[in-house]
Design a protein around this ligand. Sequence first.
Ligand SMILES: NC(=O)c1ccc[n+]([C@@H]2O[C@H](COP(=O)([O-])OP(=O)(O)OC[C@H]3O[C@@H](n4cnc5c(N)ncnc54)[C@H](OP(=O)(O)O)[C@@H]3O)[C@@H](O)[C@H]2O)c1
Length: 306
Amino acid sequence: MARSPKKQPVAVISGTTRGIGLDIAKALAKEGYRLLLLNRTIRRQAVEWNRLLGTDAFEVIPVDFRSFESIRQAASEVQAQAPSLDLLINNAGGIYPNNTGKTPSNSLNTNLVVNHLSPFLLTLLLLDNLLATSQGRIITLVSAVHFGAGWATGDFDFAAPLKPLEAYANAHLASVASICKLGSLLTGQSVTVNGFCPGRVATDLRRTWLVRRPFRWFGQWSPLYWKIASRSMATPKVAAETVALMATDRSFDKCNGRYMNQRREWCAPSGAALSVVLQDQIWLESKRLTGLSDYSDSLGSTKLNA
Ligand SMILES: NC(=O)c1ccc[n+]([C@@H]2O[C@H](COP(=O)([O-])OP(=O)(O)OC[C@H]3O[C@@H](n4cnc5c(N)ncnc54)[C@H](OP(=O)(O)O)[C@@H]3O)[C@@H](O)[C@H]2O)c1
């Protein structure tokens, strides 16, 4: 009897224009995935993507993570193209200066929206599609800066005025806490969710915020400083290889609600992220702010207020 051809697995990756996301797309293209690339800027034409990825099995879907409306539109597009989804990589992220600290559609801090609330919304909107496959995986890029987040005291407020790096750290704490919470809700289901901190990676994000700004008094020398400093950092390709491993390695089938560091070790996230009380508070507030208050946490019978 002729065997039916194996279905090509489908992966959604956000933020693939550059940095770690671009290398994740290349790595997963090599693994044979059909890619749905969720990008804000159209930097390349299809022919250039084709050359970069070595495949024509991809689609670029426009999205701006500053807007929940845009996330909902992108999620509908993904649902139309891939009723069953094997992999979701939440990679898009950034650090936004204070003067652009408001999203176009609401009054929340952009750093919290882009780095936590929008990936949170996208994940829950696509959960039914991930549950439709035999082994769905969600991998979210997070940061060890969550260990020093101000919200670790339990006193969190999504509307408070915060400096960009403070808001970025809080967003990552909220993300890690939500991964732990979603992991517990997914126990016994066919989908897993895990976080990955890639460590210090030589990308635009680090060059702009974590090197150039603190060392801007170097003036014209800052490119030289970056050249030297980036030698001690991982390349985006190395970080992407770990994500591809987390996506494909069968030995991770049962890993769920966990945190991996840049040395590819599963380790404990911060005590705050592990606090069930904080997890529940952040989960409820994130649902409220993203318009998912009616979302049922009893998975398998997901009810979306889309
Ligand atoms: N680099 C590090 O050392 C490090 C460490 C820990 C965690 N991380 C995390 O790793 C992830 C990737 O970071 P990276 O270092 O690769 O950064 P990057 O080089 O600055 O790339 C960021 C990606 O996110 C996209 N993005 C930013 N804002 C967006 C928005 N509003 N809507 C849609 N897409 C948006 C960018 O698209 P555009 O080209 O359109 O701006 C770009 O594709 C981030 O979540 C970051 O927090 C990085």
